[in-house]
Design a protein around this ligand. Structure first.
Ligand code: FCB
Length: 446
C-alpha cells in the first residue's frame, strides 16, 4: 500500500486559516463591520457568547505566526482576505491601511520562503452588503468582482494563484438556509439564490483574474455520500443530498450546467435567480485547480419528516472527532476516484485546501490529530497511485481559532493557543507534521 511518503516530489505542504477566525483587530485601521461581528453580538448565536473580536490577534502577531510556519517547513500558507478590511462598506472607497496589512503579510511570507495562497471570501461579508440583501442580492456578485479587482491589482504581482470562495455550500446552508452561521437566515431551500450568486461572483472574478494572468481555484467542501441502505427510498435521498452538497457547487463550474434539484423542490431557474448567460459566465473562465476541503463522509436516509427530502444519519462503529464528525479516511480516496469518474477530463488538478480534526483540549499528547492527518495523507497517496493529480495539502489549521458557531470550543490547531495570554504552544502534531515534511522532501530528492 502506498503511504504518505510516496506522495509526489514537488507536492506542496501547507496549512490553512481564515481571516475572521484568527485576525481579531475588528475595529482597527478602518476595517468595516462584517456579518460575523453582527452575528456574534446576537445573544445565543455563538456558543458561550464568544466572538472573533480578538481571536488569535494574528493582525498584530503575524510575524510570530509566520515563524511557526517556517518552523514547520511549509511550502505554502492558505489564508483569507477580509473584504471589510479592504472595502469597509463592501464597495466604494478602498481602505489603504487594510490593503497594506495583506501587503505586509504577503511580503513576510515570501521572505520566509512560503508561497501565499489567499482566499478572497471566507464568509466575512461586509455588513453594508448584507444590509442590501447579501448573497440573496445579485449585485453582490458584481461587488465581489470589484473587490477581487482591487486586491489582485495590489497583490497579483507577487501572488500567482487565488481561491475565489471558500465552501459556498456551507455558507449557503448554515448562513442562509438554517441560520446557524452569519447572516442567520432560515430560508431552507429558498436560500439557494445565494448559492447561484456566489457562483456568479466566482465566474466574474475568475474571468478578471485570468485576464491578469493569474490562476484561479475554488475551495469546495465535498463529502462522499453513502445511502443508509440499498432501499430505493434511501438511494433517492442520497442522490438528492449529493446533488445539493457536492454537485450544485461543482457541476456549473466544471460542466457548465446545474444538477437536477427537482427532488428538493427547487425549480430549474433556482427561484428566478438564474438569468440567460449566467451559467456560461460561471463555466467559461475555467478552473486551474479544484480546492477540496475534506473532513468526513455523510450517510443519508429517506426522510422521517415528510417536509424534508432526506435525513442525515450517524455512521456507527467508527471513531468520531471532538466535534462529533466521523473519521473514515479511505472515503477521501473513494471521493477522489468518484470525482474523476464523474467529471473525467473536466476535472482540474486537485489541492486539498482543508483537512484536519478538532481534538479535546485535555487530550495529550494529541494522538487523535496525528492519526487523523496520517491516515488521510495515506488515503491521498493511495489516490495518487491510482492516477489522481493532487498537488498539495493544506491542513486545517495552523492555530486553534474561532470556530464559528462553536466559538473557541473546537481546537483544530497544530499549535495550541491560550486565548487569555495569546501564548502559542506547538502540539505533538506540529512536530509530527514538521518531521513528515522534512522526511518526505529528503526521500523524494535522494
Ligand atoms: C470548514 C471551514 C473552516 C473551518 C473548518 C473546521 O468548513 O471552511 O473555516 O471552520 O471547517
Amino acid at each position: 500500500m502506498p503511504d504518505r511518503f510516496d506522495l509526489p516530489a514537488g507536492f506542496r505542504w501547507g496549512a490553512a486559516t481564515a481571516a475572521y477566525q484568527i485576525e481579531g483587530a475588528v475595529d482597527e485601521d478602518g476595517r468595516g463591520p462584517s456579518i460575523w461581528d453582527t452575528f456574534c453580538a446576537q445573544p445565543g448565536a455563538v456558543r458561550d457568547g464568544h466572538t472573533g473580536a480578538v481571536a488569535c490577534d494574528h493582525y498584530h502577531r503575524y510575524p510570530e505566526d509566520i515563524a511557526l510556519m517556517k518552523g514547520l517547513g511549509l511550502d505554502g500558507y492558505r489564508f483569507s482576505i477580509a473584504w471589510p478590511r479592504v472595502l469597509p462598506a463592501g464597495a466604494g472607497p478602498v481602505n489603504p491601511a487594510g490593503l497594506a496589512f495583506y501587503d505586509r503579510l504577503v511580503d513576510a511570507l515570501l521572505e520566509a520562503g512560503i508561497a501565499p495562497l489567499p482566499t478572497l471570501f471566507h464568509w466575512d461579508l461586509p455588513q453594508a452588503l448584507e444590509d442590501a440583501g447579501g448573497w440573496l442580492n445579485r449585485d453582490t456578485a458584481y461587488r465581489f468582482a470589484e473587490y477581487a479587482d482591487v486586491v489582485t491589482d495590489r497583490l497579483g504581482d507577487r501572488v500567482p494563484t487565488w481561491i475565489t470562495l471558500n465552501e459556498p455550500f456551507v455558507h449557503t446552508v448554515f448562513g442562509y438556509a438554517l441560520g446557524t452561521h452569519a447572516p442567520g437566515h432560515t430560508l431552507m431551500f429558498e436560500a439557494l439564490p445565494a448559492a447561484h450568486h456566489q457562483l456568479l461572483a466566482h465566474g466574474l472574478a475568475a474571468s478578471l483574474l485570468h485576464d491578469r494572468g493569474l490562476e484561479v481555484m475554488l475551495s469546495n467542501n465535498l463529502t462522499p455520500v453513502e445511502p443508509a441502505t440499498q432501499d430505493p427510498a434511501d438511494l433517492a435521498a442520497a442522490t438528492a443530498y449529493d446533488a445539493l452538497h457536492n454537485r450544485l457547487f461543482t457541476d456549473p463550474v466544471l460542466l457548465g450546467r446545474y444538477p437536477d434539484l427537482s427532488a428538493l423542490g427547487v425549480p430549474d431557474d433556482i427561484f428566478g435567480a438564474i438569468r440567460p448567460g449566467d451559467v456560461d459566465l460561471i463555466h467559461t473562465p475555467g478552473l486551474d485547480g479544484l480546492g477540496l476541503n475534506f473532513y468526513n463522509p455523510t450517510r443519508v436516509a429517506a426522510p422521517s419528516d415528510p417536509d424534508l427530502p432526506f435525513d442525515l444519519v450517524a455512521i456507527p462503529d467508527v471513531p468520531h472527532t471532538a466535534f462529533g464528525w466521523p473519521v473514515v479516511p479511505d472515503t477521501l480516496r473513494q471521493l477522489l476516484l468518484q470525482l474523476r469518474d464523474f467529471y473525467g477530463k473536466a476535472l482540474p488538478p486537485i489541492t486539498i485546501t482543508e483537512n484536519g480534526c478538532s481534538v479535546d483540549a485535555a487530550t495529550t499528547p494529541d494522538q487523535p490529530r496525528i492519526d487523523y492527518l496520517a491516515t488521510h495523507l495515506d488515503a491521498l497517496a493511495a489516490a495518487t497511485a491510482e492516477g489522481i493529480d493532487i498537488r498539495g495539502y493544506y491542513t486545517w489549521s495552523l492555530l486553534d481559532n474561532f470556530e464559528w458557531a462553536e466559538g473557541y470550543h473546537q481546537r483544530f490547531g497544530l499549535v495550541h493557543v491560550d486565548f487569555t495570554t495569546q501564548q502559542r504552544t506547538p502540539r505533538a502534531s506540529y512536530a509530527w507534521y514538521r518531521d513528515l515534511i522534512s522526511s518526505h522532501k529528503a526521500r523524494r530528492t535522494s
